[in-house]
Design a protein around this ligand. Sequence first.
Ligand code: UT7
Length: 329
Amino acid sequence: MKRPVAAVAGTGRGVPAHVMTNHDFAAIGIETSHDWIFERSGIVERHIAKNGETTCSMASEASRKAMDAAGVHPGEIDVIILATATPDRLLPSTAVDIQAELGATRAAAFDIGAACSGWLYAMTTAEGLIMSGTAETALVIGAEKMSAIVDWKDRSTCVLFGDGAGAVVLQRSKGGKGILSAYMRSDGKLADLLYRPEGGATTPMSADVLEKRSHLVRMAGREVFKHAVRSMSDAADRALDGARLTGTDIDLLIPHQANMRIIEATAKHSGIPMEKVFVNVDRYGNTSSASIPIALNEAIESGRVKDGSTVMMVAFGAGFTWASMVIRF
Ligand code: UT7
């Protein structure tokens, strides 16, 4: 096991106040039911951005709370890395908007796109910057306004996602705490199973694209499900191997919150009982890159992550991408 170089100094979350339950879909003409959504995914409700809430505003709220918890001022942040699939604008990055909003004048800021695995990719990148001496203090955010890119006419996807942001201040480690292992993988051959077909530089937004709704998320749910179970299990094995640990050493598993059945399969594969698994997919749905940092913040707030806890995080998402990390708190 390597000596940890980077450790979590504080966490925060910023989620919209508006809650949409499974029953609320009827009011917008979606033919679905609470039972279908809950049985297939474990989701009961999700937060949806309203009244001008943006990826930047949710991320900034999460970041302020994370900096408060860490006792760090905006001027001390060396780098801001935002994992998002829903930047507010295509140019420049949303990370620079967050930098301006926070007044983090010394920071370099950029976005990372790795879909639901994005925050673990961002954490691994930040760890590397701290390890190389390029940064001492990093703000690592996962923030998504998924409600802006899902197809509200496609019942097979729109019921699954939610909005929100989570943030972590990552600093040089002291006293053996911090990231014990990290793992990242991708398989671009499977990109078309979960994607937004058009509206990018190849086929810019046009009346035709809007008419076809091909700028919105499309997902082959059943295929994605199979790969998610396989890849998250693989990622969990790699993170444990990297940290020279087994499932029994893990105090809490925080998996990406996409689907209760995927979460249960991942935990079972690693020999981790469900009492040691953090679940909030029922209250948030799938918030993509924000799901793990929101869950981590809630786990710390509720006392399920304490001083000395060993926590494993595992994610899977569009790309496909998958990733994992073990952190000692
Ligand atoms: O963040 C990482 C990426 N995302 C994921 O990890 C999600 C992975 N996939 C899944 O979680 C599951 O595949 C879903 C929850 C999306 C769907 O569950 P499923 O058991 O794979 O259902 P299905 O897509 O095969 O659909 C079964 C049926 C279909 O009807 P027929 O053809 O069997 O008559 C659908 O038309 O359910 C129907 N259906 C719905 N019915 C009521 C699809 N969406 C809905 C809906 N309400 N919202």
